[in-house]
Ligand binder design. Sequence first.
Ligand SMILES: NC(=O)c1ccc[n+]([C@@H]2O[C@H](COP(=O)([O-])OP(=O)(O)OC[C@H]3O[C@@H](n4cnc5c(N)ncnc54)[C@H](OP(=O)(O)O)[C@@H]3O)[C@@H](O)[C@H]2O)c1
Length: 349
Amino acid sequence: MRVIQWATGSVGKAAIEGILLHPDLELVGCWVHSDTKHGRDVGEILGIDPIGVVATSSIDEILAMEADAVLYSPLIPSRDEVAAILRSGKNVVTPVGWFYPSERDGAPLAAACAEAGTTLHGTGINPGGITELHPLMFSALSSAVTFVRGEEFSDIRTYNAPDVVRHIMMFGGRPEEAMGGPMLGLLSGGFIQAVRMCLDTLGFSSDAEIRTSQEVAVATAAIETPIGVIEPGLVAGQRFVWEAFVGEACVVRIAVNWLMGEEHLSPAWTFGPEGERFEIEVQGDPDTFVTIKGWQPETVAEGLVRNPGVVATAMHCVNSIPYVVAAAPGIQTYLDLPLIAGRAHPDLS
Ligand SMILES: NC(=O)c1ccc[n+]([C@@H]2O[C@H](COP(=O)([O-])OP(=O)(O)OC[C@H]3O[C@@H](n4cnc5c(N)ncnc54)[C@H](OP(=O)(O)O)[C@@H]3O)[C@@H](O)[C@H]2O)c1
């Protein structure tokens, strides 16, 4: 299957590495945002040997190419771009949205899919695996489910997007700036879809009420971070929560806990004895608790080079491509596609 990678940020680079190792996939094109990457061999952009695929910043060039799928992972997504790619006859896999869109939100892209006979699939880890797919998978082992949860506990110093961390997430800003900033709204687009997929699939009451919240922790002493020193009183930790309630019962909880380390924070948030992790919980008969380790880097420095959570996000996209190419036209969610699996290392296959 011929694949085009759209954007070579952290997710895009990891995706290209994964495409090159996948037995069914061939990289045939690459769109880049930055002019300095235009015209360069994709291997060179990744810091490996040339691979004979030249990156372009021309959308028209990409749309004119023959390919089975585009892995769309730009920093700032555009619905019009995705529609144009779908109309050009290419399936789209993306970690930026459309995990479980409402009929109204999905309508323009569903129309593009119908016109060209193509498929759109939103996937990743958070939203994606952790927040909806894996809680639903584990719920299959319980009866009478009362609650599901997907939660991230990460050291945000390992997230290699300094401008995003400082100016969009508002780390290092004043608490009122972070609380009034765009982050809760930006995140909610995807995370509320994840909550809805859990509610609908498990069959919780259609009257369930979704509540969102944000909390901040501030530095109590200067904290050295990759985005610069965070001075006392400024934001050094944030928690975003999306919960669904049936009456007073919380039935779905999705949360992210992002800390600039575990020292000098007020409130004195830590990751606890289990450290950085992702957690999945199902309450029913029986209860299930799952802790995922391995998706956070060993050190901040390692994370800034290659973050395993970002690689997992990229691989969920890459590994879904054969299934999405084979799927019926339209927006296809985890609920529509078969089990998506990885592939053996080339040396072992
Ligand atoms: N669902 C999930 O689990 C999940 C997890 C992680 C990330 N994501 C999403 O995946 C996307 C990519 O994440 P990332 O970590 O790879 O981001 P990133 O490294 O910050 O940037 C991605 C790339 O987007 C391009 N870009 C920069 N400015 C742009 C602009 N103004 N308009 C369009 N493109 C621009 C650049 O491509 P070039 O370098 O090629 O020029 C950049 O390298 C984000 O939208 C993020 O929210 C989802």
